[in-house]
Design a protein around this ligand. Sequence first.
Ligand code: NAP
Length: 870
Amino acid sequence: MNQPNKAPEQFDAVIVGAGFSGLYMLRRLRQLGLSARIFDSADDVGGTWYWNRYPGARCDIPTTDYAYSFDPGLEKDWAWSEKYATQPEILDYLRFVADRYGLRSGIDFSTAVLSARWDTQDRLWTIQTDRGAQVRCRYYIMASGCLSAPKSPDIDGADRFAGQVYSTSRWPHEGADFTGQRVAVIGTGSSGIQAIPVIARQASRLTVFQRTPNFSVPARNGAASADRLKQLADDRDAYRHAARWSRAGMPVEPTDILGVTASDAVRRERFEGAWEQGELFAILGIFADQGINPASNDIVAGLIREKIRSAVNDPQTAEALCPKDHYFGTKRPCLDTDYFETYNLPHVQLVDLRSQPITSITEHGIDTVGESFDFDAIVYATGFDAMTGALTAVAVTGRDELSLKEKWAAGPSTYLGLMTAGFPNFFMVTGPGSPSVLSNMTVSIEQHVDWIAGCLAYLAGEGLETIEPTALAESGWDQHVRDCAAITLYPTANSWYMGANVRGKPQVFLPYIGGVDTYRRACDDVVAQGYLGFRLTGPGGERCRDGVIRSMQPDVALVLEAMAEMGLPALETLSVADARALMVASAQTRPPAPEVGEVTDAVMPGPGGDLPYRLYRPAEPEGPHPVVVYFHGGGWVLGDLDSDDPLCRDLCARSGTVVVSVNYRHAPEARFPAAALDAFAAVQWVHANASALGGIGGQLAVAGWSAGANIAAVACQLARDAGAPLIAGQLLISPVVDSDLTRPSYAENGDGYLLTTALMRWFWDHYADQADRADVRAAPLRGDLRDLPPACILTADYDPLRDEGMAYAAALKASGTPARHVRARGHTHTSITMVGVVISGAPLRAQLGQALRDFFPPGGHSSSKPHFLA
Ligand code: NAP
């Protein structure tokens, strides 16, 4: 109990955890002149390396990199004995660090923090420990680790077993002697895979209970990599800098080789190289697309399975050890020493729980369906309540009695993985929403600790006392974290990254997968923008620059970066011929377009001569199909049948319609209204020839992108005015619908996102005289919008044309024309059309495909009221 009348001790900061994070945090705070105290339930430093002392425990990031880098002197004075250090050596290292910097005096060992409560009045946290002490602090910092709260054994009868019970994450300090014992190991994650070969050396019989086989790569432990040592010796600072600005916190040369297009020889060579290297980030980076493209991932996974089959003598056991239910990397892969070979020992047996599930643990051992096993010892290697378990284990109460557990009931929500709204001055080191477990932890820990220290120094310097993220900034970051994960294969696995290993835990992708470099830049940008998205308060008042730090789709941002690096000239600075040539050249580098049933090129008559068209017929269902007349983008000046070919294929395959892509006349050779008249003529011709084209008579829609959407919209108005043909719907993708270049989206997005204000001006100048630009056939927004075909209009956030597209959707609705608006969140004018390149565009194109289907009611009759609005 807290002693009566004794005021609680007060610190500037309380830190929970004396592992890698807590130790460095304490040092940094002391350097700032702040008072700080660490609480840790262990009786020594070490954090995860204090508890996880099971046989075979080692790090799986090379020791050249799995160490502090904040002090070159420390690096000089400590020499690792191996490429991958054992747990005792890592613990010795952390003890050495604690002693070197005199940190022990700031740590209360054998003391667990039970609760933390924010006092709004005093702007202080009150911390309650299990030793009765209450302390108060301005800043409460959880340095409690991502993999520190063990998952409780969730197997029936677990408490019944009368023999010895061990857990890899809470191993006894005196060790365990399995000599002559019959031992069971449950779990084949990193811990199990490291422990199994070592336990097998002692046990008289070892039975491994495996639920999910895991990918594992030989660690090839031994001396540290000569190459890495040389790089460090040559230029230590450059090496550390490269690590901090790398994708995963280790200098690894990124590749742009795609698994899907590499030759068999290249695939094999790259794989064997990584296999020999024995480093996780090497095998995770064989191909640039292995984390996002199933076909590429299958190549790597297949080659690893080949290795497993060749290592394990018994084919049935080998097959059971081959992971087949998840993509490589989507569950944390393991590094091992002789793991698969261990199953060749006569006293080691694998029990595949998929075919032979455990029914119960008994007094004497384990019962499975069909077989009972007796054991002297059971070892649980069943993992952790990862990333959130240790944070919510403390009863944290923020402003307005908000509990962290309740706030995170549907999954954690954070700003930068560092803080969470409603909990002022509460920091997390490597919290959910930061790269953490997907990176070299030591680099990520140092970055977080440095950021927090920089923040506290800033607050002190500005006379401020509290900091808390805004709801807007936090939801923006959460969305960005989800967007980054969504374009990868990672969320498809039942992994602890997803919270899938803990019964009842909400399934969301917990870490930030956008990369250590990208993440660091975001954190730095937040600071550079005056702590964007944080509310800061002090005696002098409050300040807040609210906003979202990243809202562009991550793959769109990558494409923009890549294009900026190419240094291509701005199209509007070129002659029309050169601009067209550049468009054609860049189209050659596209990945293969989606397959459709049939593609044919032909011509149709037009008002100024024959118009080439390309017809795409879907592979299924069997025809006849509804027909969509499509017009390509390119500002009425550029583009042709090839330019929008991938998009047409994609729309055809997704919608099950025949798509007729028409190459209308271009400016400046044929200026306004040639393109619009061609479009209307094409619609009339396709309508008249629908059956011959394999279409269903009367089931006709129009579609287009950009300037193509402009003439598609105009064709709808012309058809309405002419009384025919009847058009079932208009799909307008980022349409030009007006010639007013002063809308806010021009100011916001007119520079830097490929389609610029200058380029739009160039297009208009080539297409139409000033006097014609208000003509409804150039600016359909200015026309009569009544009685038009139902519309689906997509607008992109980072598009100068965004506002006119939205205005068109609103105006159509106001005129009684049904209109659906699809917002392409985080996209640019062009990104939605980058089929096979911008993965985040695929769900949007799925919506467009569905919109086309919805134009045509299932009964086969065209209607002015589409299915989706019915
Ligand atoms: P883990 O990866 O979550 O593995 C737990 C294992 O136990 C899985 O095979 C899991 O099967 C199995 N399991 C869980 N509950 C079970 C049940 N009720 N019945 C049967 N099997 C059950 O945990 P971990 O091995 O402790 O590793 C966690 C993470 O810690 C690693 O991914 C790694 O990031 C880190 N770690 C690193 C090192 C290192 O640096 N070398 C060493 C150890 C751990 P399912 O897959 O079917 O759920």
